[in-house]
Design a protein around this ligand. Structure first.
Ligand code: BJW
Length: 236
């Protein structure tokens, strides 16, 4: 990593776990252990019960607004001091990488702080909190959070750039993702195919571990600061 000119980092919910934001698939504490993704994270679920989905995102937005970047987010932003090009490709919608100071961030699944309308994707600012149900856009369509639900396409420019960055990285660092959701889950495989050295940080083995050159087992809030410390000690 110390010698890399370009580092691409793919992050998932696990990197924000130590900020108090639940992951999706952890058996006991993950969101999908208590909530049904088909009802809450699909366009069909939203149309079936807009207030339910609206309130669920209000609840999660409150958690995100209360959360602070943890040492893992901060360590990733510090890597920018040691590697000429660092790009963060995140599946997270919480905005914590930006708050930690990372400067080049690709958000693959949107951002919970933004809204758009369901029919026409008109962006909407200044939505009042605590309404209990989605208000309407000036075009008449219901508003929704600007996140990517199952069955929806990822923002094309973000996805295209993510593929391009991962193909040209010397090192790819995959942090806190189960590697189960496509197309993000393909990125480590593409990185490896194009010759990147692949490092994974996760307390558990995942769908990516089998192709990792280096699997660092543990929490990102502990492992990533240790990587930064080791890099600072190294002269290149
Ligand atoms: C720690 C830790 C600590 C714990 N430190 N680590 C090809 C094949 C099969 C299916 C598909 C396919 N292509 C598309 C699909 C369908 C679907 C899909 O992938 N389904 C699979 C589940 C089977 N994909 C889509 O629909 C995507 N759209 C798309 O591809 O469009 C074209 C298309 C459509 C349909 C068919 C074919 C093509 C869109 C995906 C959108 C995902 N949206 C969500 C919700 C976002 C909004 C919200 O937050 O509400 O995104 S779902 C959820 O999963 C969220 C996450 O970003 C995403 C990934 O989860 P992540 O981050 O990996 O979290 P977890 O919980 O899974 O894992 C946490 C990890 O952290 C674990 O490994 C822990 O061990 C670890 N951890 N503590 C470090 N302290």
């Amino acid at each position: 990593m110390r010698q890399a000119r370009k580092l691409a980092v793919l992050t998932g919910a696990g990197v924000s776990r130590e900020s108090g934001i639940p992951t999706f698939r952890d058996a006991q504490t993950g969101l999908w252990a208590s909530y049904d993704p088909a009802r809450l994270a699909t366009p069909q679920g939203f149309l079936a019960d807009p207030p339910l989905v609206w309130r669920w995102y209000d609840m999660r937005r409150a958690i995100v607004l209360d959360a602070q970047p943890n040492p893992g987010h901060l360590a990733l932003s510090e890597m920018e001091e040691m590697i000429p090009s660092v790009v963060i490709i995140t599946q997270n919608i919480d905005g914590l990488h930006a708050r930690a100071g990372s400067r080049d961030i690709i958000e693959l699944h949107g951002n919970i702080a933004r809204y758009k309308c369901f029919e026409n994707e008109h962006p909407q600012a200044d939505v009042q909190p605590g309404l209990g149900e989605p208000p309407r856009c000036s075009c008449g369509s219901l508003l929704r959070p600007d996140v990517v639900w199952f069955g929806e396409n990822l923002p094309p420019a973000a996805l295209e750039r993510a593929f391009s960055e991962i193909r040209s990285a010397q090192v790819a660092l995959v942090v806190g993702t189960s590697g189960l959701v496509q197309p993000a889950a393909s990125l480590p495989f593409i990185a490896r195919h194009h010759g990147a050295y692949l490092v994974e940080v996760n307390p558990e083995e995942t769908a990516t571990t089998i192709i990792a050159d280096c699997f660092l087992q543990g929490r990102s809030g502990e492992i990533l600061p240790r990587i930064v410390e080791a890099m600072r000690d190294l002269k290149v």
